[in-house]
Design a protein around this ligand. Sequence first.
Ligand code: 0A1
Ligand code: ZN
Length: 849
Amino acid sequence: MRDTTPQPIHLADYQPPPFLVDDVALTFRLAPTATRVIAKVRFRPNPDASPGHDLRLDGEGLKLISAHLNGAEITAQPDESGLTIPAQDLPEGALDWQAEVEIAPDGNTALEGLYMSRGMYCTQCEAEGFRKITFYPDRPDVMAPFRVRIESDLPVLLSNGNPASSGQGWAEWHDPHPKPAYLFALVAGDLVAASDRFTTMEGRDVALNIWVRKGDEDKTAYAMDALKRSMVWDEQVYGRAYDLDVFNIVAVDDFNMGAMENKGLNIFNSRYVLASPQTATDSDYASIERIIAHEYFHNWTGNRITCRDWFQLSLKEGLTVYRDQQFMGDMRSHSVKRIEDVLTLRARQFREDDGPLAHPVRPESYVEINNFYTATVYEKGAELIRMLQLLVGQDRYKAALDLYFARHDGQACTIEDWIAVFEEAAGRDLSQFKRWYGQAGTPRVDVSEDWQDGSYTLTLRQHTPDTPGQPLKEPLVIPVAMGLLGADGAEMVPTTVLELDSPEQSFTFPDLPARPVASLLRGFSAPVVLNHSLSSEDRALMLAHDTDPFNRFEAGRALARDILHAMVLEGATPGPDYLNALRTMVSDEALDPAFRALALHIPGQDDLASSLYAAGHVPDPDAIQAARTTALRLIAEALRPQLQDVANAMQTPGPYSPDARDAGRRALKVQAVSLLARADEGAKAAELFARADNMTEQLGAWGALLAIGKGQEEGAQFYRQWAQDRLVVDKWFSAQVMYAAPKAAAGLVQQLTQHPDFEWKNPNRFRSVIGALGANPAGFHATDGAGYKLVADWLIRLDGVNPQSAARLSTLFETWRRYDASRQALIRAELQRIRSQDNLIPISIDQNS
Ligand code: 0A1
Ligand code: ZN
């Protein structure tokens, strides 16, 4: 065990930095095991802080070579988290700090600070990685312009900002925009660029480069296209132009997250840059488009306006996710995008809210900030902004954003600053709305209805369940977009937004010709669980006629969920209503194929476990898996002719295009073929695999075969074809794990870890083998506990090497409370074992343990 327990940091303890920084000059002499970093930093006392403070600089794992303050050598020695120059030793006024340190990027497996990835130097400084590069006040409210000199024999030397000058073996960069240290970046390697240019609406000519390893140049076109479209979109929709002469993107193979928005030098996990039709699926293309946009949009929401402290993380992340969602809707289909976003929110964020790691969008305290890059901060944060826009309206949303950019450019801000621009632009008090930022947990909205004398009354009750450390919840402002449908499906009352701001409220709609069917929470207008019991006839009516595409989808999903519950609990079988509704929907050519593809997916295993648990049952992963298998087979048998028709009809003639239209057609084809595999023993899937000329169809067809226990030969062929492509090999690993039979899953993972291509220190590869078990719930929760043990073993092993990746893996256990006593006991034992190791994982299964 660690001898010192790390202490939590509290939002309430925030103090402004005692010293500000006017200028930073860094020199890097790169060498794998002994890089020298020389930092010159000009400090001045912060007029907004009380005087008399020590100068405290963060620093971790740095070998101090020498340090000077205003030219005089410093004798103070660093402790384990930094260096302090006592107030009494500080000269008056400005301070010129100079320090030389030595670091070893080659041994840096945690991938924070300066590290190496296959011969290339790379940095990751968010949240607190800069302190592993040099001594510095590593906090986001200290912003400064940076000058950087890199010395190395490697041909490409990059840092933030604009190139200043360069020569043989060195390059200098200047970033004039003051930035916090977490946005610092450096890259050095033997790289090649795909280049283009962009002229901003302000007339600035910007050089765009995407840097990759030699041989990957032919896989950058889509990322470049997405970048240019993002730049245009941010100008047109938010009035934001790019502000440097170059925009560099670098693809790196070893990276903990998706990508990082370092000023002018975005660093990407290579899986979110590199794509060709043969190696990337349509969903990979969509991820690339979204993440390129996300990082680019951070230039204004995150970089020009940053966070005062890490509690405010959602200020940049929630807003930037919301912006990337808007962009993707504009580029593709708003309704399909909304459905996908809500599915992700429920699968990740609702799950988080229901577990031991539940926390508010703005947490009040943290022990390890790296563990707060969560679905709550990101995706729920985006939902809060979506609700704000719905509540104040489009025009006032725009006015609020204009005010935000005008007022706070160059500043490090808080959620209070954000709410204030909305209050001013919309002229309304948002103090109750602000509770959404402080209260954890997914609110429940219970619906009751009354119909009398032509008058329909809707009563809504809200409550938010207890979450760890937050037993008492106050009522929130919940925008409920709704409409009323007649029995013939015609809209009686078009969409209106009700504001639920009390524990209980009623809304009456008089003078109606007949009892309506209420379509509530249209477009998923708030991130809540809506408990609205509807008959299956009413749900079928909504599936057929609702004018709101989201609720149309939702009605089908609720039907499927109810049937699957009955199958799990009572051994029922899907009735004709559901199958008929599905049959009509799948062949309805007026519907977007992408929508039809989504609507053909029945709820996943984890989704069902969660909804069964919410309904008061103890979910049995094996029974859920078996019910899904039966349901899929019955659907396939009942819809066989229609599925065959759509599979044949969804052709995409001409060269491959990843655009929404063709991707939607392929999605429907693959989904139809996957279902058909349950009725034709995989005949059509094998055929699709054999003639596929793109990864979407090849992988989709192979997955369909794996799901019915076949695909061995295809798997071997897939590997032979793609053994040289790291990103495709990741897919080869994860598909096998995802579709493994529950009892065999842990054993298969164990076996795959012996494969020569299993490089466990590479985060993508690790996730594709061990992490993929999370996509096979019945396998992970196998009754013998082999899944738990395997994950715990790897977690312990990885924690010493890459704690961030290990912490992420630990969330596989976060749903432990749902399961039966024997599974709980097995999980508990594994968590105890993890805790007894030297490197403690910050996970607890209940508040006091
Ligand atoms: N800010 C990045 C995500 C990111 C966060 C932390 C990282 O390392 C701990 C890396 C990337 C984004 O939102 O894209
Ligand atoms: Zn982000």
